[in-house]
Design a protein around this ligand. Structure first.
Ligand code: FPP
Length: 234
């Protein structure tokens, strides 16, 4: 049993391109270095017994980046899944993708679906990767599906509660993150887990994502342990 003070950490992995710029490397190579950082953290999170880790890999707004960068990122996701899935599964990681899958290229979508199916009984770290994710999109789609269920007579509008609504989100049965970490120093939420992070502690660090190491994660958890969460009470 883990002695961690929290179950779920969400991360905005920002600063990959700045990391590459600082080293005068091709900008996009920063994303490859970001994958290494994620891999280190996933191993660490599993080792310390974290239950849920949710990372923002591609937002529904990231389509506005250059065609070249979008293609690069999707190739990276596909290669990482191909190369790392076996090791993730050996480490009992349960993988889930959160986001609107309808506009993800079909082959990649199928490999996402297969990896979710193949890892669904794993009992280690629950790793959620948000791809083509945006909170407003998520909440709008949830409202639409809920409305359709009401129209179809599956439930009564009076029965709608916060818990029921949350079941229509991409995160469904996943508990809310107690802490949200953002690397790269920007002070915003960028349309990430707006519903789920209503009471999350924010931890923003100037460290760029490729440099964010397991000990930095431990420092964030340590700071979390000392924060006084009041949920709006005195
Ligand atoms: C933000 O850095 C990062 C992204 C948009 C992509 C994040 C993706 C990874 C870390 C790879 C993860 C891989 C898998 C398999 C999930 P940025 O490009 O906004 O950096 P900047 O702020 O320096 O411009």
């Amino acid at each position: 049993m883990s002695t961690l003070p929290l179950r779920h950490v969400a991360i905005i992995m920002d600063g990959n391109r700045r990391w590459a710029d600082q080293r005068k490397l091709p900008r996009l190579s920063g994303h490859k270095e970001g994958v290494k950082s994620l891999k280190r953290l996933v191993q660490h999170a599993g080792a310390i017994g974290l239950e849920y880790l949710t990372v923002y890999a591609f937002s529904s707004e990231n389509w506005q980046r250059s065609k070249e960068e979008v293609r690069y990122l999707f190739e990276l996701f596909s290669n990482v899944l191909r190369d790392e899935f076996t090791e993730l599964a050996d480490n009992k990681v349960r993988l889930r993708f959160l986001g609107d899958m309808s506009t993800i290229p079909a082959r990649l979508r199928k490999s996402f679906e297969r990896s979710m199916e193949d890892s669904k009984n794993n009992t280690g770290l629950n790793l959620q990767v948000a791809i083509n994710y945006g909170s407003r999109l998520e909440i709008t789609q949830a409202a639409k599906r809920l409305a359709l269920d009401v129209v179809a007579g599956k439930l009564n509008a009076n029965e709608i509660t916060e818990d029921l609504f949350a079941n229509y989100l991409f995160t469904e049965d996943i508990p809310d993150p107690e802490m949200m970490i953002r690397t790269g120093g920007e002070m915003r939420l960028s349309n990430y887990l707006l519903w789920q992070a209503a009471y999350s502690e924010l931890y923003i660090t100037p460290i760029l994502w490729p440099d964010f190491a397991p000990h930095n994660f431990d420092e964030a958890v340590e700071e979390y342990a000392h924060r006084n969460r009041r949920f709006g009470a005195d």
